[in-house]
Design a protein around this ligand. Structure first.
Ligand SMILES: [Fe+2]
Length: 147
């Protein structure tokens, strides 16, 4: 059901935004300034452009949203991070999470179309664009030498 999909999406985006902010706070190394700012832009983009809209689409489907850390942990497809990884590992982890979220969005796009929810499908397509851009930037940080 699309509303259940969106609850998982909401929790997953929240977990991703919290992790990215955690990395913003704790990143260290020679690229500190760049990564500190990059991580901030990333969690703000997801938080500002997606989390509230996802929740309001759940309401428009006449379901209640999850809204506690406990529920988000139960529902999220993205795991939290308890350690402070090295900078490169932070980027690799966020890239893996982003890739997972792109797969999730592709799947939910189909659910939205099957339930004839074109507005939600359109929102999911916008999020696919945004997440693809984040994945490109994360990948670019990992590429230090070109042959
Ligand atoms: Fe900050």
């Amino acid at each position: 059901m699309l509303a259940d999909d969106l609850k998982i999406l909401l929790a997953t985006q929240y977990a991703f935004a919290v992790k990215t902010q955690y990395f913003h706070w704790n990143v260290e190394g020679p690229d500190f300034a760049q990564l500190h700012e990059f991580f901030q832009n990333l969690y703000e983009e997801v938080y500002n452009n997606s989390i509230d809209r996802t929740a309001e689409f759940i309401r428009s489907l006449d379901e209640y949203t999850p809204g506690s850390m406990e529920r988000f942990i139960e529902l999220s497809a993205v795991a939290g991070q308890l350690r402070v990884p090295r900078a490169r590992l932070m980027i690799e982890e966020l890239l893996a999470d982003t890739t997972l979220m792109i797969d999730m969005l592709n799947q939910y796009f189909e659910s939205a179309e099957q339930e004839n929810q074109q507005g939600i499908a359109n929102f999911i397509a916008e999020r696919l664009d945004a997440m693809a851009k984040h994945a490109w930037m994360l990948r670019s940080f990992l590429k230090d030498n070109r042959a």
